[in-house]
Ligand binder design. Sequence first.
Ligand code: GTB
Length: 218
Amino acid sequence: MTPTITAFEQSPDRGRGLARDMRVRWALEEVGQPYDVRLVSFKEMKEPAHRALHPFGQIPTYEEGDLALFESGAIVFHLAERHAGLLPEDANARARAITWMFAALNTVEPPILERESAILVERNKPWHAERLPMLEDRVRARLGALSSRLGDADWLDGAFSAGDLMMVMVLRRLDGAAVLNEYPNLCAYVARGEARPAYQRAFAAQLAVFSSRVPAAR
Ligand code: GTB
C-alpha cells in the first residue's frame, strides 16, 4: 500500500526543504518506499478533517491503510522500523541510532528553534540584540559538543542511520547561519547528508511543489 504524507501547499521556505515533510520524504526515499503527497493549505490544516490526523493541525502526517501518524520523528522511526536501510540490525547499534534521533529532536533542535523564532518574531523588540547572543551561545554549546563527538567520522555512529537523517535535518534549520560555519566538520556532515541520492530526490520533490505554484515570469 502506498502511504500518503501531507505537506504545505505553499511552503513559507520557498522550496528550501526546511519544512518537516522533508524529513519524511528523505526517509521514504532512503528505504525506497514510493509515496503520495497531499498538499494542504494553512486553512485546511486547522479544519477537523486534518485535525483528525494531526491533533495540532500541522504537517507532516502519514497515512498507510488503517494507520495514521503525526510527528516527523515518529514517522521516520516507523519507516526505519518497517524497512531496511535506516537502522542497523545489531540491537545495541540500533538503540544508539534511535538515541541519536531523540538527541536531534530533544537536545539539539530546541535551542536552534528558539534562536530561529527569536529572529523571526522578536527582531523588532528593544531587547532582541541583547538576547540573541545568549540564544546563539546555547546553540553553540550543542554544536560544540556534537562537533567534538562527530570528530572526523562521516556519521554519528558507524553507518548512516535515521539518527543522522534527523540530525542533518535539524542542523539544516541553521541554513547557512554563521554559528554553524564555526564548525567545519558539522558543515561537511550536513553536506554529506545533502549529497545522498535519496536526499536529492526528496529535495527535488518538495521543490517541485514550490516551483509549480510560482507564477511563470513574463
Ligand atoms: N514536532 C512536529 C513534527 O516534528 O512533525 C512539528 C510539526 C511542525 O512544526 N509543522 C509545521 C507546521 O505545520 C511545518 S514544519 N506549521 C503550521 C502550523 O503550525 O500552523 C515547521 C517549519 C515551517 C516553516 C519553515 N520555513 O518556512 O522555513 C520551516 C519549518
